[in-house]
Ligand binder design. Sequence first.
Ligand SMILES: [Zn+2]
Ligand SMILES: [Zn+2]
Length: 196
Amino acid sequence: MTDLQSDDLRNAIQFHGHLCPGLSLGFRVAKAALRELNAARPQDEELVCIVENDSCAADAIQFITGCTFGKGNLIFRDYGKHVYTFFNRRTGQGIRISEDYRGFKGDERFPALKKRQEAGKDVSAEMQAYKMEKAATILHADEKEIMTITPIASDPPREARVRGSVRCAICGEKFMESRGRVKNGKIVCISCFEKG
Ligand SMILES: [Zn+2]
Ligand SMILES: [Zn+2]
């Protein structure tokens, strides 16, 4: 159950650009993670999150938990799954959250709207109303109905390290050492390596 007037939610919507079902799911997951791991939104790298998708939900996770790409405590694994794993480095505690909202399935309105959209009809207002309704349902849902939280025992991924950079022999731009490729005996960046 979420307070729809909360600053957190308002700010997460602003960060993401719109309210949608995906953002709402990510918001619920992020809030549950902070609670389970006894963490506030960390300023440092206390929390680590592994996201297994890059949907709208990931934006809420970044905004609410403070796990971001830039800080190196958000790790993306492209598995296409709605699974989020969090670690608290301070306590060593870890949880896996599997999001499992079932409200889209069996709702005939979405395929019907899609069909009319494909036929050239302007359904944007109805589509928007549909999404807002789903978002509200998700924000109000009982947590157990939209996710499963399991404690995990494995160790958190290692702290983000600052790696050295080298200059590409072809374009002259700097890149992270570990991303170097060898082309005709020279160290080059991935973009140059993949060009012809
Ligand atoms: Zn979205
Ligand atoms: Zn290059």
